[in-house]
Design a protein around this ligand. Structure first.
Ligand code: DX5
Ligand code: ZN
Length: 222
């Protein structure tokens, strides 16, 4: 088993010096973008213009997490901007099957996201089609929240569902991830970890990316 992919969340980065923030995490695997529309979640953040700018400024692939109502209507904005992964919430998409196939047809990886209270059973009829499943380990909307412990049990249920289907999507965890839980998450099946405040709130974001990688690797091999 490989160590999980590390995806720093730009939500916690200093946007007043974006290029420095980006180069501080150049050792990561993806850049995670929290797109919030002020409706699906009570916060407003980035749009496709910033994703396009980041694609020009960094070589890292972009993981766009759409926390927006009606992603069916706007997903092309993010695909046009060059997002490499586009993930939509099952609670927000109207026609999830169509949307997932559309994202894939446009050449990106298609992800589906579950809020903390949304059961993994909702994935039963879509899991064979997706490239990525993201479990929210906080309620979406803000960085710096406390990790919800129920995520471990839910991750176990997700891994059983994937096993039953013989499906192998990327399994991403987002919210409250840090050195203290990265190893346990990796051991439980997570293959991609988002970290916002843990990375950009540290003195040395580059070192923190490596520390997360190491933390995930250490418990995994235990
Ligand atoms: C929350 C976002 C997360 C957030 C994670 O709505 O989806 O990506 O930036 O931030 P931390 O790691 O600080 O919990
Ligand atoms: Zn996110």
């Amino acid at each position: 088993m490989n160590a999980p992919l590390i995806a720093p969340s730009l939500l916690s980065a200093d946007l007043s010096c974006l290029t420095e923030s980006l180069s501080s995490v150049s050792g990561a695997d993806y850049l995670h973008f929290d797109v919030m529309d002020g409706h699906f979640v009570p916060n407003l953040t980035f749009g496709p213009a910033l994703i396009g700018a980041v694609k020009r400024a960094s070589n890292l692939p972009v993981d766009a997490h759409l926390m927006v109502d009606d992603p069916d209507g706007t997903v092309d904005w993010y695909l046009d901007a060059g997002a490499d992964i586009v993930s939509v919430h099952v609670e927000a998409a109207r026609h999830l099957d169509r949307l997932v196939h559309h994202i894939k047809d446009r050449g990106a990886k298609a992800g589906v996201v579950l809020n903390p209270a949304t059961p993994v059973s909702v994935l039963e009829d879509i899991v064979d089609a997706v490239d990525l499943v993201l479990l929210m380990s906080v309620n979406p909307g803000f960085g710096g929240q406390t990790f919800i412990e129920n995520t471990y049990a839910k991750l176990g249920r997700l891994m059983r569902l994937l096993d039953e289907h013989g499906a192998h999507p990327i399994v991403e965890i987002d919210g409250g991830v840090n050195r203290g839980n990265a190893g346990k998450l990796a051991a439980a099946g997570a293959t991609m970890l988002v970290a916002g405040s843990a990375v950009f709130g540290s003195e040395d974001p580059a070192a923190e990316v490596e520390a997360l990688r190491e933390a995930a690797r250490t418990v995994e091999g235990a």
